[in-house]
Design a protein. Structure first.
Length: 331
């Protein structure tokens, strides 16, 4: 009796899944590589000494200040979302925001929680794109003021900045300004794309959202003021961590270092900014006289403060009415 061999179809991995996995591996390699490189060049006895002499009261104050900043960000996001049709309460916005912070601890990028926020804000309403735009506008508001703070602090810095630092700060600010001014041009270019093209739809809805917000100068002014206060307080909390480590770094200089390191962590080449945060702090605190060991310790304590505050989102997620977040698809 002859056996008939039946060829079983081999399921090939989807290209998107392969790219996502490859991107995750790349981020892990970059983060581990940077941390290993920094670790090989640090005096670990200085790190141990820094922790032994750490003044925990300042660090706890930094954690509390970070929570206050995030609550203010919840208000900013709510104000930006209301004109787009989202009328949830501040309690709901705050719950979603902290859940997004919690998911940021586990997602590969430092903005992964933004997608989670958009999913929960839409909440099956069929308005996923509008929810995503509200999160995008909230993020842009923070980033624009962030680089603005770095420019102002650089102008009044008591520490002599290397020319390349000034070039980086003002260069990033110029790029952001050019990008914002180019939005009308991009909108016209997008009109030439096919009607169902996702980029055309995204830019078109972004234009509509901006038009709505332009008609509400009170919201634009209020959210900008919140962003200014939040970014200044973020620099203050890093200064508090510096005090906890007994670093002799002028307070104003943290207005340069904290925003620039925060921007570096947004580059999507590492795992949740790990490695980039530590290397950036070593780079930007160097001119102020901080040793690599102290700079890396400060970066770790900064991340630990953010993580501690983000764990509030775990309780909200477990006790609140939050279904498992699904991948966002187009409307």
């Amino acid at each position: 009796m002859n056996a008939v061999a039946t060829a079983m179809p081999i399921e090939k991995p989807q290209p998107a899944a392969v790219r996502k996995f490859g991107g995750l591996i790349l981020r892990v390699v970059v983060s581990v590589g940077i941390l290993a490189w920094l670790g090989s060049r640090m005096d670990w006895s200085h790190v141990a000494e820094a922790f032994r002499e750490l003044r925990w009261g300042y660090w706890i104050a930094a954690v509390g200040l970070y929570v206050v900043c995030q609550l203010m960000c919840c208000v900013r996001w709510m104000w930006l979302s209301r004109p787009l049709g989202f009328q949830q309460s501040l309690t709901r916005f705050s719950s979603i925001y902290f859940v997004g912070m919690f998911f940021n601890l586990f997602l590969p990028t430092s903005v992964g929680g933004d997608a989670v926020r958009a999913v929960y804000l839409a909440n099956g309403s069929g308005r996923k794109m509008a929810a995503l735009l509200s999160v995008l506008l909230d993020r842009v508001s923070g980033v624009v003021v962030l680089i603005g703070l770095a420019c102002v602090a650089a102008a009044f810095s008591p520490v002599e900045l290397p020319p390349q630092f000034r070039f980086a700060i003002y260069g990033v600010a110029s790029c952001i300004g050019i990008g914002l001014l180019s939005l009308p041009v991009l909108a016209r270019v997008a009109q030439a794309l096919p009607e169902k093209n996702k980029i055309r739809r995204m830019i078109g809805r972004l234009r509509q959202s901006l038009a709505v917000l332009r008609s509400r100068p009170d919201i634009l002014l209020g959210t900008t003021l919140i962003s200014i206060v939040v970014q200044v307080l973020n620099a203050v909390l890093v200064w508090l961590i510096g005090l906890a480590l007994n670093l002799d770094v002028p307070a104003v200089y943290y207005g340069v270092a904290a925003p620039m390191v925060a921007l570096v962590t947004l580059i999507p080449i590492s795992l949740n900014g790990m490695g980039l945060r530590e290397a950036g702090m070593v780079l930007f605190l160097g001119p102020a006289g901080a040793t690599p060991a102290n700079a890396v310790t400060l970066a770790f304590l900064w991340f630990l403060a953010q993580t501690t505050a983000s764990l509030f989102g775990a309780g909200i997620y477990l006790l609140g009415h939050f279904h498992r977040p699904e991948v966002m698809t187009d409307e």
